[in-house]
Ligand binder design. Structure first.
Ligand code: 5AD
Ligand code: SF4
Length: 444
């Protein structure tokens, strides 16, 4: 057993999704509450937390290469903790493969990180991968400071069991955090400086809760309650499943002015055989009908999606259906991935695994379409006047960068400050951002 001096500085590195970013922030708050100081320079940190992602093979491999890179010239390492979904899925393997790792903590157990680090300092090697998420949130410190945009996890886990996906195994069954806790945390974020909150969940629109008085509500009801926080200007949510897109949530896009006109609604494939093999509970047609209803409520909504190419057995004709649904749906942006077999998921054992070159070629064709549509969406925004939430300085002197209601990056040069909501005329569009001119308000 080798003991260490207790860490005074720490660095948290998060991979993967926005929920990991949220978890990383909460771990940093926990360690700060213990008296440690965050540092951006990883090499100098006494404690490094790698908050990992297991969604695709590439993401998982990163953990082991990162652990290797933490070895210093003199052969020592910082105290290394592996958190997140790889910790959950491969805890014992990490401990066996990487002797320098002292702590392995799953996504539902990281409230115990300070005690685990203390035990590691005393010479132990600690693993905690228990699943009850409720205990975690109750044990986290109150939130204090926030940038202009903040994440708030409202729901975790997944009961959908898409056949390609590890999330139901790494994050566990769906749980919804209680209404009152969420209103409190949102208020604390706004008090700490947030003007926009993005509500997070693996199936965020499956959130359910009880409003004061006991009335059962869904995500639309939660967004309505949060919209009553005066200094909160914008509400977003991600990621949604088509099966949980209920009438109330669609109506909220028409009725709740703080709910931004943006919807991330993954379809994964445009072919019904593939969708069935993926265990998605929708067809291409039902997805398109759903989007029509959302657009009827909010005609300017920006649609985003996720796609997987090369799911086992996917033929060229089936892939062509995915290209066709892209044309039919009209995306403002989208994420696309090559299918990656994940250990323990049903699809990993399916016949007809697709060759890597075929996947590369399909991905390139799909991304061409998405890029084309993204540019078209941005170009169609030119001439619009919209509110931009200023997030940071731009690259040029005097330039500011913020987001439009449709989640586009917008830059403009004028007087402004981080956290301002400014009126901007959109004047030029590129594939990834727009430039704008701040509207000069006439003197009152
Ligand atoms: N292979 C490739 N992409 C995947 N995703 C989830 N699991 C896999 C996998 N095994 C993608 C889906 C999901 C997004 C978060 O990641 O598109 O919506
Ligand atoms: Fe990665 Fe999914 Fe886990 Fe997020 S939930 S960290 S995307 S595996």
């Amino acid at each position: 057993m080798s003991t260490r001096t207790p860490p005074r500085t720490f660095h948290v590195k998060s991979f993967g999704c926005q929920m990991n970013v949220y978890d990383g922030e909460r771990m940093a708050e926990l360690l700060t509450a213990e008296g440690m100081t965050a540092t951006d320079v990883r090499e100098n940190a006494d404690l490094v937390v790698l908050n990992t992602c297991h969604i695709r093979e590439k993401a998982t491999e990163k953990v082991y290469s990162d652990i290797g890179r933490l070895r210093r010239e003199d052969g020592t390492t910082p105290l290394i903790a592996v958190a997140g979904c790889v910790a959950q899925a491969e805890g014992p393997e990490i401990m066996a493969r990487a002797p320098s790792v002292r702590v392995v903590v799953g996504p539902q157990a990281y409230h115990r990180l300070p005690q685990m680090v203390a035990a590691a300092v005393a010479g132990g090697r600690e693993t905690e991968t228990d699943m009850p998420a409720e205990a975690k949130f109750a044990a986290l410190p109150k939130r204090r400071k926030s940038g202009p945009t903040a994440f708030l996890t409202i729901q975790e886990g997944c009961n959908k069991f898409c056949t390609y996906c590890v999330v139901p195994y790494t994050r566990g069954a769906e749980i919804s955090r209680p209404f009152a806790d969420l209103v409190d945390e949102a208020q604390a974020l706004v008090d700490g400086g947030a003007r926009e909150i993005t509500l997070l969940g693996q199936n965020v629109n499956a959130w359910t809760g009880a409003a004061p008085g006991g009335r059962a509500i869904g995500l639309a009801g939660l967004a309505e309650a949060l919209a009553r926080i005066p200094d909160l200007a914008r509400i977003r949510y991600t990621t949604s499943h088509p099966a949980d897109m209920d009438d109330a949530l669609i109506a909220a896009h028409a009725d709740n002015p703080k709910l931004m006109p943006f919807l991330h609604l993954p379809v994964q494939s445009g072919n019904d055989r593939v969708l069935k093999a993926m265990n998605r509970s929708h067809s291409a047609e039902s997805y398109l009908r759903l989007i029509e209803r959302v657009r009827a409520a909010r005609p300017d909504i920006a649609l985003s999606g996720d796609f997987i190419v090369g799911f086992p057995g996917e033929t060229e004709a089936e892939f062509a259906d995915t290209l066709a649904i892209i044309d039919a749906a009209g995306y403002a942006q989208a994420f696309s991935f090559k299918y990656s077999p994940r250990p323990g998921t049903p699809a990993a054992a399916m016949d007809g695994q697709i060759a890597p070159e075929v996947m590369d070629e399909r991905l390139a064709r799909l991304q061409d379409r998405i890029n084309r549509d993204q540019l078209a969406f941005n170009r169609a925004s030119v001439g619009r006047r919209c509110t931009v939430l200023v997030e940071r300085r731009g690259r040029q002197p005097g330039q500011w960068l913020g987001k439009s209601p449709w989640l586009q990056s917008v830059h403009f040069s004028d007087e402004a400050a981080i956290g301002d909501l400014v009126e901007v005329d959109l004047i030029e569009a590129g594939p990834n951002s727009l430039s704008g001119r701040r509207v000069v308000q006439p003197a009152a």
